[in-house]
Design a protein around this ligand. Structure first.
Ligand code: HAM
Length: 421
């Protein structure tokens, strides 16, 4: 227990942290290009925010939240997603008073108590983007293109973008009634989850992955056929814009998404080689969420990408960069008297931005050379008794094997020159 991380969590160790930095830097670069600024919100929020925001009939709220009462008797939840928290921060800090739309992105851990498997964890990381304040389809297209460009920039090409429109409070109730009408005879043969969804959230039945339920819901009426004029126009504009941007998409009328706040556009990006957990990105429009959280009616749209899944996809395709731990110089002190001059040199060179390290285990010269090779280090500065007395170091070029005795006080300049040469 003491030496095992909780189920569904993962340590990110030095051999993979570079991969995470690579993905995160790519996200920063893409967001900068699109004019999105970073927002960092707490990893926990008042439970009420998620109950209201995500919706009480969703699996996330129903079964997956990490909720506890803190010492001040408040109900607190580790964020299962970040859209509701971003909206909370948008209202709390009156970001609507700034330039509009408010374009934000975030990266960080999310928490869901689900059954862990490859690509599904209890603590996982999302890169998410939210654009709040514009109702036009152009911002929907921008958000989708951003997600696609991020994934493509990493080298992932076998992407399938599914889009749908889930309507609005005007047209959805009409559809809901039609859907219930279609399902009412069939629902008793469906799984327990679908049976309870029938009254609470019948559209989620279309999203059930169980074979029997999928078969029974074949031929169900589709939301896209029941859209009001406004939703219809919005959806058709979005399709035109995606086509103009050369982004291929598939119309998927069964795409419902697992959060209640969606209106109009809903989308997912699948990377099928990942198998069961192939959704790398999910998002959509949430025009009612800001009002639900206590603000003025304000439209919004966003997505979140699961970074563990992106990492798995990049691993599968061999697209991850080689780890780079190499250093410019390894300092090899020999004996007690060499310790202080070696350490002084180490500190001076590091201040100059030269990547270097030294032996901290009193190893033999042979062992130190072996260690420096493993790093790998471009140069090794050997400091033995004699060098200490002469205030010099023996600088060895690890590539050519060349050695030269140089002045300790001038090593900075000489070393820099060696590096250039
Ligand atoms: P979501 O579809 O629940 O949407 O999650 C987005 C992505 O997070 C998924 O496509 C998946 O890649 C990743 N993900 C979700 N759960 C797990 C898990 N247990 N383990 C590993 N990865 C996971 C949202 O979270 C919305 N907030 C997205 C959004 C932003 N909509 C509008 N704005």
């Amino acid at each position: 227990m003491l030496t095992t991380a909780p189920r569904g969590t993962k340590d990110i160790l030095p051999d993979t942290s570079g991969h995470w930095q690579y993905i995160e830097e790519t996200a920063y670069t893409v967001c900068r290009t699109y004019g999105y600024s970073e927002i960092r919100t707490p990893v926990f929020e008042h439970t009420e925010l998620f109950l209201r925001g995500i919706g009480e009939t969703t699996d996330i709220v129903d079964k997956e939240m990490y909720t506890f009462t803190d010492r001040g008797e408040r109900s607190i939840t580790l964020r299962p997603e970040n859209t509701a928290a971003v909206v909370r921060a948008f209202l709390e800090h009156k970001l609507y008073a700034g330039p509009q739309p408010t374009k934000l992105f975030y990266m960080g851990p999310m928490f869901r108590y689900d059954r862990p498997q490859a690509g599904r964890y209890r603590q996982f990381h999302q890169f998410g983007v939210e654009a709040i304040g514009s109702k036009g389809a152009a911002i929907d297209a921008e958000i989708i293109v951003l997600a696609v460009q991020f994934l493509r920039k990493l080298g992932l090409n076998e992407l399938k973008l599914n889009i749908n429109s889930v309507g609005c409070p005007q047209c959805r109730p009409v559809y809901r009634t039609r859907l219930q009408e279609f399902l009412k005879e069939k629902v008793t043969a469906m799984c327990g989850d679908c049976q309870s969804r029938f009254d609470r959230n019948p559209m989620r039945i279309l999203d059930c992955k169980k074979e029997a339920c999928t078969a029974l819901s074949q031929g169900a009426p589709q939301m896209v056929d029941c859209l009001c004029d406004e939703c219809q126009a919005h959806f058709s504009q979005l399709k035109d814009l995606l086509t103009a941007a050369d982004v291929e998409f598939v119309l998927n009328p069964r795409l419902v998404r697992g959060l209640d706040y969606y209106t109009k556009t809903a989308f997912e990006i699948q990377y099928s080689p990942l198998g069961a957990q192939s959704a790398v990105c999910g998002g959509g429009r949430y025009d009612g969420l800001i009002e639900e959280c206590g603000g003025q009616p304000t439209p919004g749209i966003g997505f979140a990408i699961g970074l563990e899944r992106v990492l798995l996809a990049l691993e599968k395709q061999n697209l991850l960069p080689q780890a780079k731990n190499d250093i410019d110089l390894y300092i090899a002190p020999l004996g007690e008297n060499a310790q202080a001059p070696a350490f002084r040199l180490l500190c001076q060179l590091r201040q100059e931005g030269i990547a270097c390290d030294m032996d901290f285990l009193n190893r033999s010269l042979k062992a130190q050379m072996k260690y420096a090779n493993k790093y790998p280090a471009k140069f090794v500065a050997i400091i033995g008794e004699e060098e200490v007395q002469q205030n010099k170091v023996m600088l060895k070029n690890m590539e050519t094997g060349e050695q030269q005795l140089i002045d300790m006080d001038t090593i900075q300049q000489q070393f820099k020159a060696e590096r250039k040469g």
